[in-house]
Design a protein around this ligand. Structure first.
Ligand SMILES: Nc1nc2c(ncn2[C@@H]2O[C@H](COP(=O)(O)OP(=O)(O)OP(=O)(O)O)[C@@H](O)[C@H]2O)c(=O)[nH]1
Ligand SMILES: [Mg+2]
Length: 193
């Protein structure tokens, strides 16, 4: 999709604050700092509409980006960041959980994992959880520019094995080169059809 019109329509932590238009939604989940907001910017051709940071824990609310009045791409707060207070972590977990459980317009939860590393226990839990809710697994391996081309295949295989999903369900992406963007839009378009 060649996105021209996109804006941040809603920001919130509870249902009253979320959009009510009924447009379909695709949400991006993953640990803090994995590159959720950067992927979103890449998909919508904006450098920094979604705020990013080298410090984990940047996104702390659920952010709904309206794309062409057709769908929302939803930026979620990351999980697994140890250096925030436990009470904050639990609060965020509850916000994300309620959203994922109860949001009827949510068509897909995409899991982002760092292409350089074996997925963590938290990533595995998130994947199991996504599957248990009946979504087809779709994983994006981020920061692929940090790997040599020759390492890409092995990285994808490792992620597939650890998360117990098919390699074909893992799409590589780089927010630096934007490699993978077209394939991701293609997958998202199929989901929305
Ligand atoms: N080299 C490289 N760096 C990336 C890529 N994607 C994200 N980053 C960097 O990783 C850091 C975190 O990116 P964010 O997009 O803010 O990560 P996030 O998942 O939204 O993090 P939280 O909002 O804290 O959950 C930033 O410094 C980004 O510039 C990528 O594909 N390649
Ligand atoms: Mg973010």
């Amino acid at each position: 999709m060649n996105v021209q019109n996109v804006y941040l329509e809603a920001v919130g932590v509870k249902f009253e604050q979320y959009p009510t238009s009924g447009l379909p939604e695709i949400a991006f989940a993953g640990k803090s700092n994995v590159g959720k907001s950067s992927l979103l910017n890449g998909l919508i051709n904006r450098k920094k509409l979604a705020r990013t940071s080298g410090q984990p824990g940047k996104t702390q609310t659920i952010n709904f980006y309206n794309v062409e009045e057709k769908l929302y791409l939803v930026d979620l707060p990351g999980y697994g960041y140890a250096r925030v207070a436990k009470s904050d972590r639990e609060r965020w977990a509850k916000i994300i959980e309620d959203y994922l459980h109860q949001r009827e317009t949510l068509k897909q939860v995409v899991l982002l994992v760092d292409g350089r590393h074996e997925p963590s226990n938290n990533d595995q839990m998130m994947m199991d959880w996504i599957k248990s809710f009946g979504y087809d697994p779709l994983v994006i391996a981020t920061k692929m520019d940090k790997l040599k081309r020759s390492q890409h295949g092995k990285a994808i295989k490792t992620i597939a094995k650890t998360l117990n999903v098919k390699s074909s369900h893992i799409l590589p992406f780089s927010a630096v080169t934007k490699d993978g963007k077209d394939q991701i839009w293609e997958a998202l378009s199929q989901i929305l059809q």
